[in-house]
Design a protein around this ligand. Structure first.
Ligand SMILES: Nc1ncnc2c1ncn2[C@@H]1O[C@H](COP(=O)(O)OP(=O)(O)OP(=O)(O)O)[C@@H](O)[C@H]1O
Ligand SMILES: [Mg+2]
Length: 261
């Protein structure tokens, strides 16, 4: 049934994934392996399928082809006699706890304090005791530098602070992998650094991360590997320094020339 994989196996395996919206094919035969502790950056022009890929990994989208496994386990499906069947929403929610996701737009619950936002999923989804979750949530807020803002509502926080709460909230489920979809692109420039610093620390602590980003210096510094996508395919991938500083494909070169390195 759920075969656990050995440490040498990838933690995330994306195999031959295809995805269409209507007649538009957005992902074509995408393959990606991410090992435990690796930080993988995803680069590519607007519309190339980066967000869709992350949403497929998290099963916010159904797959049209291929499969995605996290720690050897299918994310939104169960397999029966060689066919995949979609799980029920409750089962999907439980599987999804292996994956923390942080979006471009801070999507905190506006009627809850920072602390309540971080406590929400462990209490509601996992039904864990509040006192215990509260202690962990305060530790997480401390880790993102916001222990002193625990009782404040999102509207009273800056964009950078809200995004750091969003990171703490994702970490509260103790995910095996963190997915980031351009977490700094909606921020004022002066607030980008504090969010990248939290992500940098997370990477240094050994978290497995897949990060869609336009921050080239972050990708070069923090990512072990960079994947360049265009038109729904992986055009090239390799060590960050190689892909960013010596891209092999014309599409990658054109893109990098446009965004700047
Ligand atoms: N729910 C949807 N319904 C229809 N089309 C969609 C949907 N989501 C995405 N698309 C289309 O899929 C393609 C890929 O979109 P996606 O958001 O994955 O790109 P992206 O690489 O994340 O782009 P960006 O850099 O602008 O965020 C685009 O053409 C987009 O219009
Ligand atoms: Mg996107």
């Amino acid at each position: 049934m759920t075969e656990r994989m050995s440490a040498a196996d990838p933690l995330v395996t994306v195999s031959h994934v295809g995805k269409s919206f209507g007649h538009t094919q957005v992902l074509r035969d995408v393959n990606l392996e991410v090992h435990a502790g690796e930080v993988v950056g995803i680069l590519g022009p607007s519309g190339s399928g980066k967000s869709t890929l992350l949403r497929c990994i998290n099963h916010l989208e159904e797959l049209d082809a291929g499969e995605i496994r996290v720690d050897g386990v299918l994310v939104g499906y169960r397999e029966h006699r060689g066919r995949l069947y979609e799980l029920r929403p409750k089962e999907v929610a439980l599987r999804r706890r292996d994956l923390g996701m942080v979006f471009q737009r801070f999507n905190l619950f506006g009627h809850m304090t920072a602390l309540e936002n971080v406590m929400e999923a462990p209490v509601r989804v996992l039904r864990r005791p509040k006192a215990e979750v509260r202690t962990e949530a305060l530790d997480l807020l401390d880790r993102v530098g916001l222990a002193h803002r625990a009782d404040v509502y999102p509207s009273q926080l800056s964009g950078g602070q809200q995004q750091r709460v969003a990171i703490a909230r994702a970490l509260a489920m103790k995910p095996k992998v963190m997915l980031f979809d351009e977490p700094t692109s909606a921020l004022d420039p002066e607030l980008v650094g504090e969010v990248l610093a939290v992500m940098r620390q997370l990477a240094a602590d050994g978290m497995t991360m897949i990060v869609v980003t336009h921050e080239m210096s972050f990708a070069r510094e923090v990512c072990d590997r960079v994947v360049f996508m265009a038109d729904g395919v992986v055009v090239e991938q390799g060590p960050a320094a190689q892909v960013i500083d010596a891209p092999r494909h014309e599409r990658t070169r054109t893109f990098l020339a446009r965004v700047g390195r």
